[in-house]
Design a protein around this ligand. Sequence first.
Ligand code: ZN
Ligand code: ZN
Length: 345
Amino acid sequence: MKTTVFEKVGQVAIENVDKPTIQAEDDVIIKVVRTCVCGSDLWAYRGLEDKDDHSINSGHEAIGIVDSVGGNITTVKPGDFVIAPFTHGCGHCAACLAGFDGDCQSHDDNFSNGVQSEYVRFQHADWALIKVPGQPSDYSDEMLNSLLSLADVMATGYHAARVANVTTGDTVVVVGDGAVGLCGVIAAKMRGAKRIIAMSRHEDRQKLATEFGATDIIAERGDEAVEKVMALTNNAGADAVLECVGTEQSNDTAMKVGRPGAIVGRVGLPHEPKMDMANSFYNNTIIAGGPASVTTYDKQTLLKAVLDGDIHPGKVFTKAFSLDDIDEAYQAMTKREAIKSLIIV
Ligand SMILES: [Zn+2]
Ligand SMILES: [Zn+2]
């Protein structure tokens, strides 16, 4: 089968490898129908994170068809249409029961990788996989893309809003206009935010943020952006802040735009973790966030919201590629020609 190989910084390629097989009783092998490139895949591609040359472990988001199941799998059977979250919660440990299946305590291999492939071995699958009614052919392209977003970005955006405790009437600032930030806008609206201030300097993303529910757009960055938020909120600051980038600057901005006692929900993978803790102390800022609880949110609200047509997170996929053109898909995101690159397998 074809899989994506990280050749070196700035280059991924397709290689033929053996199809994965069931290795544990709670494994499921999935035939991938659609996968995608994540902002987090780009850290290594841009050379900002160490990754071994010629390694086979790219991608972590997919929808597909169950190909075979291990002996302990009771929730899905071959032929079922499923969303494969990037997390692999067990559903019964303390973390999963508290709604933090992104931090499942039952095993130490809680994240997907190698999903930019024709087939993937999905470990600890029984509770974590999300079964979708019917078959992919029953759905429109747009709906399939929205279902794919439930493997990561929509759930991750929702996580930012949930840990930031966004509630009815809130003023929310969303830092970051990538797919996760845009999904954070959707999530803030779902949770009843009255005012959603999206930080974006790219016209295509500004448009989508507005379509998803942003009431204000701020194109500035850094301290200028902080001043803008203060001007928009009568110098009060926001009730909640969704940090969806992970850089030092984005975290700094996020910490400065909240009112005293605001919660910053962080879902951007922190790559420059320096943080001014004194500032947060004097503002009583609450810092929350981490890996998303993908299965929990999909089961609780997101799958229904997508199937009912209430939300359209699949619109973050603005360019489509075949698996053979995987490097072009990475390039399109690196050059910001695509908000998120879809891979049709
Ligand atoms: Zn991702
Ligand atoms: Zn668990």
